[in-house]
Design a protein around this ligand. Sequence first.
Ligand code: GDP
Length: 305
Amino acid sequence: MGSKILVTGGNGLVGSEFIGDQYYKPTSKDYNLINRDDTYRLMLKGFDSVIHCAAKVGGVGGNMNYKGEFFYDNIMMNTNVIEGARLSKVKNLVSFLSTCVFPDQVGYPLTEKKIHLGPPHFSNDAYAYAKRMADIQIRAYKEQYGLNYKSVIPCNIYGPNDNYDIKNGHVLPSLIHKCYIARENNTPLNIWGSGKPLREFIFSKDVAKLTEWVLHNYNESEPIILSTSEEISIREIVDMVVELMNFKGEIIFDSSKPDGQFRKPSDNSKIKHYLPDFKFTPIYEGLKETIEYFENHYNVVRKDG
Ligand code: GDP
């Protein structure tokens, strides 16, 4: 077989950014990773490495509305993919966590050592606990089997191939889609919550580049944070989206909608230590590219859960 690196979730936000013949990207219709037999059947193809991006993900809405699904789908996918990789002698694997797996009440900034120090925020606890178990599984496999498996912890990822679902999606794709509708229909733009929470955003193409580096070069059992470590308020993000999309209408901050966690600032010292010259795409630039893609592909981009 030509492809030596399996990318799960290969058509998603980050997965689609791994480009080249070395990557094999089956869809969930080809192999359902929630199903153990399907996953093991996939692994029998014989890969050198696995980049495990597949996950059931969403923004604060999706996380609160579908806790059961977020828990089950993620814990099954992680467990099957990591064990399937081990059984089929995959040498190298990188799996995705997220800064929302961290405890709600913990000293800032968030570092790789703080993942398990307390309960996650109630809005995404089901997702967070399921994902934390992937970290436990990977550490256990390193200890018992000596496998070179590891996890990355990105902050909020955004980019062209996002899911622009308004109800359950992440804040940036939801905002872009809502702003498009408000502009086309001349209606107000509704922003969830106060606009005050702070987030860190990383461009999907940066995540793919850094993950490739991690796959081939990072050998610690402790995960590694992939983040710009630059906080920006939701209100500032709204201003950028509105400007880039040329929206001139009314903006409403809807206090009946959740703010979610107030902030989750992360410490990117570890990746900076390994890659001091890495240049993160500035948010304005990444957002511009994302919005251009969305506007030019409106009919084909994903817009549902
Ligand atoms: P989180 O970082 O896991 O909380 O996930 P999100 O990507 O959903 O970001 C949520 C933050 O953006 C919260 O502070 C929301 O109140 C705010 N926000 C504002 N408008 C929207 C929206 O249309 N969708 C989402 N998901 N969040 C929004």
